[in-house]
Design a protein around this ligand. Structure first.
Ligand code: NAD
Length: 352
């Protein structure tokens, strides 16, 4: 497998095995020499490896990135940026670390080099979600698109099997909603189908053998395609529900996507039969909602929101929040029908 690079107007992408070794060269290409390296606490070792790789160009390491980009963490990092005269950000990790990187770029305009190690897809999008006082808000700004994205398949081998499965289904969720998006087009649908196919093939293999480099490569490539879908078309009910469940009820991002997706697909099934057929075919299943539910089970994900920390008493409020601000969805939003959807996802029942 060889590293390859392709460029578009804003974001340079490297994909391959051991591509991380190109990082010093990429920094030099941007004429940057005071990098702030970001990671979560769990990926401190990988951040340390990046520090060694960059040598004198590594000005500081911050390993406190957290899910849903809390603004207090961003404020802490903003102080480091000022104190250490940082001139670029190097983020290594999944959507949480990328979110922090984007939050800093949004406030400072600093260039970002993102080494993506999960399948969340955030590195491909101009979207930034942030959490303040228990409420998660989202903005879209080209300023948060990374300047360089490095996909190094070898770095994903350490992603634990359970996180690999749910992270991959999080990526599939972008593609599922892209296939029935109001502003979809032939190119986004082609990317979505290819993204689902690659992930649906790779995730069961990774669940059995997390060290399978070919499956890891397919999953990462599929996730990148799904991330591009998220960047290019509008999402609907599924993303709205997961946003609420994560931001307001503190549920974990990718596992929540995994448990909700079959039910959100079922909700929209009759309104979008063609999209459902495309999804089912890409999954290798007769039914999109059931295929998604079965894939979740195959990767041994928790398929009940109650097992992810949602209380039965929260279901009414979650349904209220989901319909509070109107947004487009293939099937009109009905408060009672959404309450029922949430009930099914809460119990982990098969999608109806
Ligand atoms: P995450 O970044 O929190 O990663 C999950 C865990 O896996 C963390 O502990 C992380 O350190 C660890 N990890 C990641 N890669 C690893 C590796 N290769 N080896 C070992 N451990 C590894 O989870 P996520 O699902 O990638 O991201 C979730 C966040 O991303 C949420 O806040 C979500 O809102 C955001 N997100 C944003 C967008 C966007 O476009 N803005 C898109 C998708 C997700």
């Amino acid at each position: 497998m060889h590293a390859s690079a392709d460029n578009d107007l804003r974001c340079r992408v490297l994909f391959g095995v051991d591509t991380i070794t190109a990082l010093p060269e990429e920094l030099a290409r941007l004429s940057k020499e005071r990098a702030l390296i970001l990671s979560t606490p769990q990926q401190k070792n990988q951040a340390e490896h990046v520090r060694q790789l960059l040598g004198n160009a590594a000005a500081a390491v911050f390993s406190g990135a957290a899910m849903h980009t809390p603004v207090e963490v961003t404020a802490e990092v903003m102080r480091i940026v000022a104190e250490k005269h940082i001139d670029c950000i190097v983020a290594i990790g999944g959507g949480s670390t990328t979110g922090l990187s984007k939050a800093i770029a949004y406030r400072t305009g600093l260039p970002q080099l993102v080494i993506s190690t999960t399948y969340a897809g955030s590195e491909m999008t101009p979207i930034l979600g942030q959490t303040e006082d228990g409420e998660k808000t989202t903005l879209i700004d080209a300023k948060v698109i990374p300047d360089v994205v490095i996909y190094d398949v070898r770095l994903t081998l350490s992603l634990p099997p359970d996180i690999s499965g749910t992270s991959g289904i999080n990526a599939i969720a972008h593609a599922v909603e892209a296939l029935y998006a109001k502003d979809r087009n032939a190119a986004t649908s082609a990317m979505a189908v290819e993204g689902i196919e690659k992930l649906a093939r790779a995730l069961p293999v990774i669940a059995r053998d997390p060290q399978d480099l070919d499956a890891r490569s397919d999953a990462l490539a599929g996730a990148s395609l799904c991330g591009r879908c998220l960047a290019q078309v509008g999402m609907a009910l599924h993303h709205k529900l997961c946003h609420t469940l994560g931001g307001t009820f503190g549920l974990p991002h990718a596992p929540t996507h995994t448990a909700v997706l079959p039910h959100a697909a079922a909700y929209n099934a009759q309104a979008e039969p063609v999209a459902m057929q495309q999804i089912a075919q890409a999954l290798g299943s007769d039914s999109a909602p059931l295929g998604l539910y079965e894939l979740g089970h195959t990767v041994k994900a928790k398929m009940a929101l109650r097992d992810l920390g949602l209380r039965r008493a929260d279901l009414d409020r979650a349904a209220d929040l989901a319909v509070r601000k109107p947004y487009w969805n293939p099937r009109p939003l009905g408060r009672d029908a959404i309450r029922e959807l949430l009930q099914n996802a809460w119990a982990g029942d098969p999608p109806q």
